[in-house]
Structures are given as structure tokens and as C-alpha cells.
Ligand binder design. Structure first.
Ligand code: GTP
Ligand code: MG
Length: 201
């Protein structure tokens, strides 16, 4: 799929303030600093559409980006940010839970996992929570440029092995690097397929 047009629309902390236009949307979630905002920029062929930082905790709001005037990518704050205060964590939890449980336009979530790290309880818990709430998701392994090419497969299959302890069928997954622009086409094509199936419905 070609991303001909991508624009920032709105940021907020309340699901009832998200865009009212009924278009399919795809949300990026995962630990702080995992590369959610960078991935959105990579998909949109832009450098600064979504704000990124080497310091965790950059994205603090629900951010809607309108793509090709037809669907949205949604950048969310990261979880597991050690320096966040207790109040920040609680507020975050509330609006993220609200977003995932109430936002009818959400078609699918992408849960980002830094390929370098062993499976973390916080991500596995979040995946379970998505499952319990029947929220469709796929997994996106990020920053694969940071490991050797031949290690990628081992890391991915190691992760899937752990997921098998929780899940009968394994989720779809993508292997990406925003730095090296890897995995862009498969991810965009997947979104396109879903958008087309919604159109034909
Ligand atoms: P929060 O908004 O804080 O939750 O973080 P985020 O998940 O949006 O991460 P962000 O995109 O801001 O990236 C965090 C850091 O990782 C930045 O310094 C990025 O340049 C770096 N980064 C993101 N993706 C990649 C990648 O594919 N490869 C490499 N090497 N670095 C990456
Ligand atoms: Mg971010």
C-alpha cells in the first residue's frame, strides 16, 4: 500500500474526544521507548510526524494520524516507564483501558516488542488482557537492526515459544526496523487487507 497522505489530527486523553469520523483505526502499544512513534513515522515516510525521543515517556497522549484520508494510525503512550509517578501511571492506565475497551473504531492493536529483550511479564500480561477483552492484535518485533541477522529467527521463535504457554493459536507477527526501514510493506499490506475486507462487508 502506498501512503500518499498522512496528517496529524488530534491528541487527547479521552476516548470521547477521539475523532468522530467513523474510519478504521490501528493502535500501537508497548513499553515506553520500544519504537511506537518511530514505526508510525517509518510507515508514513516521515521523520517528525509522531514525536520520538531516546528518553522513555515521550508520547503522553492518544494521537490520531489520518492516513490517505481513509483510516487512522494511533500512537499511544508506552507502559512500564519507571520514572513515571504513581498518579501518572494511574491516569495512563485509565485512559488506555478506556481507549481499548470503548473505542469502536479500533480494528486491531499492534503490540510492539523490542526484539533484543526476553519476554517481559508486563507485555505478556497486556497481551492476556487484550485477549480477555477480545481485542484483536498482532505483534511487531522492533529494532531488529540492533541484533545480528542470523539471531532474528532465534529471538522470534524463542518469543513465540513463551507465547504458546498462554495461547492456543499464535498471533500474526511482523519483524521491523524503523532505522533500516524493514517490515514496512508487510505491515501496510496487512492493514490494507483488513481495510478492504471492511469496505466489502
Ligand atoms: P514512548 O513514546 O516514550 O512510549 O516511546 P516510543 O515507543 O514511541 O519510542 P520512540 O519511537 O520514541 O523511540 C525510542 C528510541 O528508540 C528513539 O531513540 C528511536 O530513535 C529509537 N528507535 C526506534 N526504532 C528504532 C529502530 O528500529 N532501530 C533503532 N536502532 N532505534 C530505534
Ligand atoms: Mg512514542
Amino acid at each position: 500500500m502506498n501512503v500518499a497522505h498522512a496528517e496529524f489530527v488530534v491528541s487527547n486523553t479521552r476516548v470521547d474526544h477521539c475523532p468522530k469520523t467513523k474510519m478504521p483505526e490501528y493502535a500501537f502499544i508497548g513499553r515506553s521507548n520500544v519504537g511506537k512513534s518511530s514505526l508510525i513515522n517509518m510507515l508514513c515516510n516521515q521523520k517528525k510526524l509522531a514525536k520520538t525521543s531516546s528518553r522513555p515517556g515521550k508520547t503522553q497522549l492518544i494521537n490520531h494520524f489520518l492516513i490517505n484520508k481513509k483510516w487512522y494510525l494511533v500512537d499511544l503512550p508506552g507502559y512500564g516507564y519507571a520514572r513515571a509517578s504513581k498518579t501518572q501511571k494511574k491516569t495512563f492506565q485509565k485512559f488506555i483501558v478506556d481507549y481499548f475497551t470503548k473505542r469502536k473504531e479500533l480494528v486491531s492493536a499492534f503490540l510492539l516488542i523490542d526484539i533484543r529483550h526476553e519476554p517481559q511479564p508486563i507485555d505478556l500480561d497486556f497481551l492476556r488482557w487484550l485477549g480477555e477483552h477480545f481485542i484483536p492484535f498482532s505483534i511487531v518485533f522492533t529494532k531488529v537492526d540492533k541484533i545480528k541477522e542470523k539471531e532474528i529467527e532465534t529471538k522470534v521463535s524463542g518469543y513465540l515459544e513463551v507465547l504458546k504457554e498462554d495461547w492456543e493459536s499464535l498471533p500474526l507477527y511482523f519483524v521491523t526496523s524503523s532505522e533500516k526501514r524493514l517490515g514496512r510493506e508487510p505491515l501496510l499490506n496487512y492493514i490494507q487487507q483488513i481495510n478492504q475486507s471492511i469496505d466489502n462487508f
